[in-house]
Design a protein around this ligand. Structure first.
Ligand code: NAD
Length: 362
């Protein structure tokens, strides 16, 4: 079966890291019989330059028709003076909402070879492999009413609304249980049910959905305890599921446990597990065009795309093992070299391809 993948390289280091990732994709096609049709499209600053919009119509159409979307990075100082609606970031936000990508997957993976990059003791984090599933399109970031109003005494007050409908909780819970089924089958739901009614409902619905997943071990933590446990003993977790606000904070904490922004992929899925896959880092204008960027977060985003949207679990495993192999060989881009010898973007990408070819020959 031929799969349609939309390829949005974007700005800054986006085209460089995407180039290396497409080399990996080509290798899967040549060596492992994977069949994909790629459609390239402009987004962010590149969308504005080519079509006057950060999310041009043809780009949205290509993404709507694709089975999955591979995304590089967007943004750059040259676009900062534009109207808010025309800025590159707007293109990404519009794409997420147009495709109803409500389930945000943020893995925190720390290859044992890079354990020294973490600010935590290496024995606490070496081999960390944790997935945070964050609800992305609801909760307090979108709830109405919201605003800043003036009270009778002249003082102003700001207010937001934390609201979740049952169907929103149910679909993020199902997404998280499905992901847990593809991993170690342990799911921890994070809420604040001791204080918030929204969380009370959250917990009730998550427990109801759990009945459909008897093989997944479900636990619950209050968010304050969860944040403490994340830095105390992060390897206790397999998958965590939580709301938009709590997930925003916890996923950044988890990412920083790994200490290497150039290594972390992410995904945003819709209700049918169609998704957009991207590194968590931005367009790194400071190193763009220099061939220094670490392509591994984007290459690992491709592995997630294969696993979660296309069901190609073996190919995803091959890519992740190939990344482990190049790290074992001692290859490091500058961001993970800790001041030691480093290789460039192209060399790192080619090393992953070489490791994949060796795996195909075995
Ligand atoms: P950034 O993630 O682009 O860069 C932060 C630091 O990390 C920089 O020093 C950069 O050189 C380094 N870095 C990032 N990715 C790297 C990689 N793959 N290899 C090696 N080093 C890497 O964040 P920023 O500097 O705050 O933002 C730069 C631009 O990116 C801004 O325009 C911002 O709006 C945009 N941005 C885009 C996204 C996205 O596309 N999803 C996310 C965050 C920021």
């Amino acid at each position: 079966m031929t799969r349609k993948i939309a390829v949005l390289a974007g700005d800054g280091i986006g085209p460089e890291i995407m180039n290396s990732t497409l080399g990996v994709l080509e290798c899967l096609q040549q060596e492992f019989g994977f069949s994909a049709e790629l459609e390239h499209a402009a987004i962010g600053g590149a969308g504005y330059d080519q079509h006057g919009q950060p999310l041009p119509e043809p780009t949205l159409a290509i993404c709507q028709q694709a089975d999955a979307i591979l995304f590089g990075a967007i943004g750059g100082p040259q676009y900062e003076g534009l109207d808010r609606e025309l800025r590159p970031e707007k293109g990404l936000l519009k794409l997420r909402s147009s495709l109803s990508l409500f389930s945000n997957l943020r893995p925190a993976i720390l290859y044992p070879q890079l354990a020294d990059a973490s600010s935590l003791k290496s024995e606490l984090v070496a081999g960390l492999d944790l997935m945070i599933v964050r609800e992305l399109t609801g909760g307090i970031y979108f709830g109405e009413p919201r605003g800043i109003r003036e009270l009778e005494n002249g003082e102003r007050e700001g207010f937001n609304t934390l609201v979740y409908a049952e169907h929103e909780i149910e679909r993020i819970a199902r997404s998280a249980f499905d992901i847990a089924m593809l991993r170690d089958r342990r799911l921890c739901s994070v809420d604040k049910a001791n204080v918030l009614e929204v969380s009370e409902l959250w917990r009730e619905v998550v427990c109801r959905v759990a009945a459909d997943y008897p093989d997944v071990e479900l636990s619950h933590l209050y968010v304050d305890n969860a944040s403490m446990q994340l830095v105390r003993e992060p390897k206790q977790f397999d998958v965590m599921v939580t709301s938009n606000l709590f997930g925003d904070i916890l996923s950044d904490t988890a990412a920083m446990l790994t200490g290497s922004i150039g290594m972390l992929p992410s995904a945003s899925l819709d209700v049918n597990a169609k998704g957009m896959y991207e590194p968590i880092h931005g367009s790194a204008p400071d190193i763009a065009g220099k061939g220094l960027a670490n392509p591994l977060a984007t290459i690992l985003s491709l592995a997630m795309l294969l696993r979660y949207s296309l069901g190609e679990l073996a190919l995803a495993d091959h890519i992740e093992a190939a990344v482990g192999e190049v790290l074992d060989q001692g290859l490091r881009t500058a961001d993970i070299a800790a001041g030691g010898d480093s290789v460039g973007t192209t060399e790192m990408g080619m090393a992953v391809v070489a490791a994949l070819r060796r795996a195909a020959d075995r």
